[in-house]
Write a protein that binds this ligand. Structure first.
Ligand code: CP
Length: 307
């Protein structure tokens, strides 16, 4: 039963609950009109303390396409946060006006504090370099729709695996499916955090390797999940400049890949995928962004208990 619950971490829902969400998303994709009044009279609040294009717009589009309404802020200085109001007081106030909230915050754990402060469902829309569970719903729905299954996959994650919260959430979520292997491609400065390797990969006996060179492994991958070097998490700008173009996926490199390898990216991209790759049939990142709206439509409907 998902009604009334929050989504803070990708492991908050069982794989059966995730299937409920994905099955509903499939139905919405097949017949969106049938669901266009599901959330009539309901309000989604979007509380974005950090910049966003896809997550905020797809949440808002999701609620509007379900017949509901949206309110919120994309600039925290326009809210009473600027006067020193706590997250706890903000969310308790928002719960007086809205039925469900999506929160993005630069501090790890902020959406969890919000969820613990209210009975209203709260969705983590990305907290610092920690987790991004609705990006993971997006990623899993995209993979399931294209590959037909979430099992028996070799997934290459490439780029900033240290600060890239989408990869942390993806590894956690995929660790529960059968015969999934990870190839972690990053410079040594941006390696996957130890807690993910120890508490997720090793604990669940998930096969993984860490490498620095993409060309050596791209031919073995079913999915290549590219990520941006997360400028906003660096303390030292020189270090960011040195590392930002560590990987640039181009036609030469994808000529080494399988014919059916999926290229995913949570976006935004900076330089890590050349524009020439966009026309390759293996490039799914803009379709992925669209799946994100359907995944969020299904999530909102399930958490509100309207279906
Ligand atoms: N994928 C993602 O979180 O994109 P935005 O930062 O644009 O929301």
């Amino acid at each position: 039963m998902l009604k009334g619950r929050s989504l803070i971490d990708p492991m908050d829902f069982t794989i059966y609950e995730l299937d409920e969400i994905f099955n509903l998303a499939d139905q919405i994709i097949a017949n969106p009109q049938e669901f266009s009044h599901l959330c009539d009279g309901k309000i989604l609040a979007t509380l974005f303390y950090e910049p966003s294009t896809r997550t905020r717009f797809s949440f808002e589009a999701a609620m509007l396409r379900l017949g509901g309404q949206v309110l919120g802020f994309s600039e925290p200085n326009s809210s009473s946060t600027a006067k020193g109001e706590s997250i706890k007081d903000t969310i308790r106030t928002i719960a007086c006006y809205a039925d469900i909230a999506a929160m993005r915050h630069p501090k790890e754990g902020a959406p969890k504090i919000a969820a613990l402060s209210t009975d209203m469902p709260v969705i983590n829309a990305g907290d610092g370099g920690h987790q991004h569970p609705t990006q993971t719903l997006t990623d899993l729905l995209t993979i399931r729709s294209v590959k037909g299954s979430l099992s028996n996959l070799t997934i290459g994650a490439c780029g900033d695996l240290k600060f890239g919260r989408t990869v942390h959430s993806l590894i956690k979520a995929m660790s529960r499916y059968e015969n999934v292997k990870f190839v972690l491609i990053s410079p040594k400065e941006l390696k996957t955090p130890d807690y993910i390797k120890k508490e997720v990969l090793k604990k669940n006996n998930i096969e993984f390797v860490e490498v620095e060179k993409m060309e050596d492994v791209i031919g073995s991958l079913d999915i290549l999940y590219m990520t941006r070097v997360q400028k906003e998490r660096f303390f030292n700008e020189d270090e960011y400049i040195r590392l930002k173009d560590s990987y640039i996926l181009n036609e030469d490199k994808i000529s080494l890949a399988k014919e059916d390898m999926m290229i995913l990216h949570p976006l935004p991209r900076v330089n890590e995928i050349s524009y020439e790759v966009d026309d390759d049939p293996r490039a799914y990142y803009f379709k992925q962004a669209k799946y994100g709206m359907y995944a969020r439509m299904a999530l909102i409907a399930k958490l509100l208990g309207v279906i």
